[in-house]
Ligand binder design. Structure first.
Ligand SMILES: O=C(O)CCC(=O)C(=O)O
Ligand SMILES: [Fe+2]
Length: 249
């Protein structure tokens, strides 16, 4: 989405409420999704049009305005760097704290942000069996904001966590890259340059995450793959991303 979309929206009547019930069946919507087998027990499930666009804009506006965003200083390879995006952390009471890059985010309560509970309910309905209890919110304020290559492989999430990612606002590219294999299996013996000349490198994937989309990482994706949302040269408007996770109690 671009700034033109935001300008048009600002002119068009009252904002849709975040609390009104809405005609939308998350289970039906999830049926339009596609699964991608990354091999060796890793999987990505992608629903490009998961949520209705007007509902997604109402949630975008609420989250953009009401979440206590911060840009903490992180310690990366011994250097202190300001995180290149805004973030916030929500967690159920009594869960162990999470830490990344020397930073332990304050855990806000779900009760303080009722629309986040509505989004959580929607995601739970779409993904039978899921029981998320925590949420990391990221806000990318333009093309220079990013998240670098990482995996969400904290012990607190277990070995095969399901992580559900919902996007609002400007679409951005979400990249996946296989971690270097310690075993060096036969398929990795071929030089990279040669493999890249083939039509598709099976060790790299790219998804365009649109406004109202859902992307779920499952199985061994955190153990075996890295993911990132890279900087871009082209100017871009705000993107908000929510990743729902389950911290093991
Ligand atoms: O913004 C995204 O799509 C990904 C965010 C992410 O990877 C994270 O919060 O761990
Ligand atoms: Fe992540």
């Amino acid at each position: 989405m671009n700034s033109l979309r935001l300008k048009l929206k600002a002119k068009s009547g009252p904002e849709p409420s975040t609390s009104k019930p809405f005609e939308f069946d998350p289970c039906e919507s999830a049926k339009k999704g596609k699964s991608f087998d990354l091999g060796h027990g890793s999987e990505v499930f992608h629903v490009p049009r998961f949520l209705p666009a007007d509902r997604s804009w109402a949630w975008f506006d609420y989250i953009n305005k009401h979440i206590p965003w911060s840009r903490p200083t992180l310690r990366i390879f011994g250097r202190h760097l300001v995180q290149p995006r805004d973030s916030c952390y929500i967690a159920a009471d009594g869960l162990p704290a999470i830490s990344y890059n020397g930073h332990t985010p304050r855990a806000y309560s779900w009760d303080d942000f009722p629309p986040l509970k509505d989004i959580l309910d929607t995601v739970h309905k779409a993904l039978p069996g899921s029981r998320f209890n925590s949420l990391v919110l990221n806000r990318y304020d333009g093309n220079n904001d990013y998240v670098s290559w990482h995996s969400d492989d904290e012990v607190l999430y277990g070995l095969t966590p399901e992580i559900a990612s919902v996007t609002f606002g400007c679409e951005r590219e979400f990249l996946l890259r296989k971690k270097p294999s310690k075993m060096s299996p036969a398929s990795n013996d071929e030089p990279k340059s040669k493999r890249l000349r083939k039509s598709h490198d099976p060790d790299q994937h790219s998804f365009v995450l649109k406004h109202g989309s859902l992307l779920v990482m499952r199985g061994y994706t955190q153990r075996d793959w890295l993911h990132s949302v890279p900087k871009r040269a082209k100017p871009m408007s705000i993107r908000i991303n929510l990743t729902f996770r389950r911290v093991l109690p």
